[in-house]
Ligand binder design. Structure first.
Ligand SMILES: [Zn+2]
Length: 194
């Protein structure tokens, strides 16, 4: 008996469902609940507004794609205008251990520091191992600019990146020739493993 009171039959799907399955409608219904259950109502709404909803989601997607592109453009612009583009040496204590290239040394320093120090998840395993083995701190990791690049001299980020990668390879070779033991991986791929 009690069950009957807490349930209602949907006029659309004809199923008896708990009252929470119906939206409130105090104006039109004595029991304060609509005659159609929530799922049926959603379905009905969708069927009655298919075109509108399709248009709406398409618009939403397009707006977002544009926002995303704008953001990327802004980001690249900032990278090209701010910070130091260079080939740099990473030092543990006094010794150079790694040579890298970057469009923005300020940002790259933070990345190195963050990975080595906090999650200890630097992509260069040997570097991470040495850092851990000697119980080093963030301040033990320092950076020196080996060759600085003038961003204004390059037409695009791609061209600058290319020049950086070439210089990085030159610097690695030169240091290795002098017998410096670097932790750069020897796979020949772009040195920017981080
Ligand atoms: Zn229903």
């Amino acid at each position: 008996m009690n069950k009957e009171v807490n349930e209602k039959r949907c006029y659309k799907c004809k199923e008896a469902k708990p009252l929470e399955e119906f939206h409130n409608d105090r104006r039109c219904y004595a029991d304060g609940k609509k005659g159609i259950c929530k799922p049926c109502r959603s379905k009905q709404y969708y069927e009655n507004n298919t075109e509108y909803l399709k248009q709406y989601s398409k618009q939403y997607y397009e707006n977002n794609a544009e926002r995303k592109m704008n953001w990327q453009r802004q980001y690249r612009k900032r990278i090209m205008s701010e910070g130091t583009a260079c080939v740099y040496g990473l030092y543990l204590k006094e010794d150079i251990k790694y040579i890298g290239e970057t469009l923005c040394l300020e940002r790259r320093k933070k990345e190195h520091h963050r990975h080595l120090d906090a999650p200890r998840s630097h992509r260069n395993k040997k570097l991470q191992e040495e850092f851990d083995k000697h119980n080093l701190f963030k301040d033990d990791v320092t950076f020196k600019i080996l060759v600085e690049f003038n961003k204004d001299e390059y037409e695009s980020e791609e061209l600058l990146k290319e020049a950086l990668l070439v210089e990085e390879a030159v610097q690695i070779a030169a240091h290795k020739e002098r017998g410096v033991d670097l932790y750069n991986s020897n796979d020949g791929g772009p040195g920017g493993e981080l």
